[in-house]
Design a protein around this ligand. Structure first.
Ligand SMILES: NC(=O)c1ccc[n+]([C@@H]2O[C@H](COP(=O)([O-])OP(=O)(O)OC[C@H]3O[C@@H](n4cnc5c(N)ncnc54)[C@H](OP(=O)(O)O)[C@@H]3O)[C@@H](O)[C@H]2O)c1
Length: 339
């Protein structure tokens, strides 16, 4: 399925998200999905301590016992969990959470350790220094951030450089055809800084599979049916006309190519410069089987543009003024090294 570089790591272009494993996806099925993903050439697993309060990491443990050296393991810290109790990114917590994740997964090093979200209660320097300590201690190979705004990520990168601390090599933001806000600032910054983007929610939590329609209630048991209004995949945010148009377009292209809507939506993401590996989150073995076909789908530039036409990113100042009034639509690519 092809690979790309993420700092010191070589990862496949589809990552397997394990958020539902040990929860809505029973253990046996989760292990069959891990086998199938591995057999298809995938090597990049994403989990977090908060998924099922450790159950996702515990579900991975027996599978990793047999396959540890064949996969890149990414996990996260920062959301509320019971072991170690609490939340946030205070240095002691980060160190204790790392040890807890290692213990739950039965491994001795985490390949990619990600901060799950910013922690306004902890000075950023303190967190970054603690993360650097984990790399120096050999407990972590590389660092990543998730759900960071561009300015905070840029600030973190500056601090890491100035202090000689281990850098963030990846950002895990929400990104899909139905959520393109990162194109305004986050994605251009990541391209400029050489930070690989590994999108979560690449199918809009299932919206980009065609399972939802304008006229009917979300299917019982589906992600949207169970989503509270505050969640990103809430119905009021997802089930809107422009998003349905994007699905219609993906369906038309899928029909032309003999592919599925989900495969086309993932192929679109794979064609965005700066995207290293969408993190797919299938709930079932059958869903995974469908998604694995995405890396075989290639879109032409015209198809890529057709798909993107319905859901442009929000127009925000100063970008709106720079492009509409001053004709600076394509800001020059920043280059940190200037060489
Ligand atoms: N960093 C973060 O804050 C963050 C947040 C969320 C997720 N993540 C990571 O990203 C991964 C993926 O996120 P996500 O679950 O939101 O991604 P997603 O791939 O956009 O959505 C997954 C959902 O799509 C549906 N689906 C998937 N394949 C399908 C298919 N072939 N046919 C029909 N429906 C299909 C399933 O919905 P149903 O359950 O309705 O069938 C599944 O639960 C997670 O596992 C986790 O590792 C990170």
């Amino acid at each position: 399925m092809g690979t790309m570089t993420l700092g010191p790591l070589q990862v496949t272009r589809l990552s397997l998200g394990t958020m539902l494993m040990g929860g809505r996806t029973p253990r046996d099925e989760a292990h069959r999905m891990l086998d199938r993903y591995h057999e298809a050439g995938g090597n990049f697993l994403d989990t977090a301590d908060v998924y099922g309060d450790g159950e996702s990491e515990r579900t991975l443990a027996p599978w990793l016992a047999a396959h540890r050296d064949e996969v890149v393991v990414a996990t996260k810290v920062g959301m509320p969990v019971s072991d170690p109790p609490g939340e946030g990114l205070a240095p002691d917590r980060v160190r204790a959470a790392c040890d807890a994740s290692l213990r739950r997964m039965g491994i001795d090093v985490i390949d990619l350790y990600q901060v799950h979200a910013p922690d306004p209660g902890t000075p950023l320097e303190d967190t970054l220094e603690a993360l650097d300590g984990l790399v120096r201690a050999g407990k972590v190979r590389a660092l990543g951030a998730s759900n960071f705004p561009a300015w905070l990520l840029a600030w973190a990168v500056g601090l890491q450089e100035r202090n000689g601390w281990a850098p963030f090599v990846s950002l895990q933001p929400q990104y899909s055809l139905v959520e393109r806000s990162i194109e305004v600032e986050i994605l251009p910054f990541c391209r400029a800084a050489g930070i690989g983007v590994i999108p979560w929610g690449p199918l809009g939590a299932g919206f980009l599979t065609g399972k939802y329609s304008r006229d009917t209630e979300p299917p019982a048991g589906s992600r949207m049916a169970g989503a509270g209004d505050d969640l990103e995949e809430a119905r009021h945010r997802r089930a809107i006309e422009r998003n349905f148009r994007a699905v219609d377009e993906a369906e038309a292209i899928a029909r032309e190519k003999g592919a599925t809507i989900a495969q086309v939506a993932l192929a679109w993401l794979l064609g965005v410069e700066g995207v290293v590996a969408p993190i797919v989150g299938p709930r079932t073995f059958t869903q995974l089987e469908d998604l694995l076909g995405a890396t075989d789908v290639t879109l032409t530039e015209a198809e890529h543009t057709r798909l993107a036409a319905h859901t442009p990113p929000p127009e925000l100042y100063p970008y709106r003024m720079l492009s509409q009034q001053l004709g600076l639509g394509e800001l020059a690519q920043l280059n940190r090294s200037r060489s």
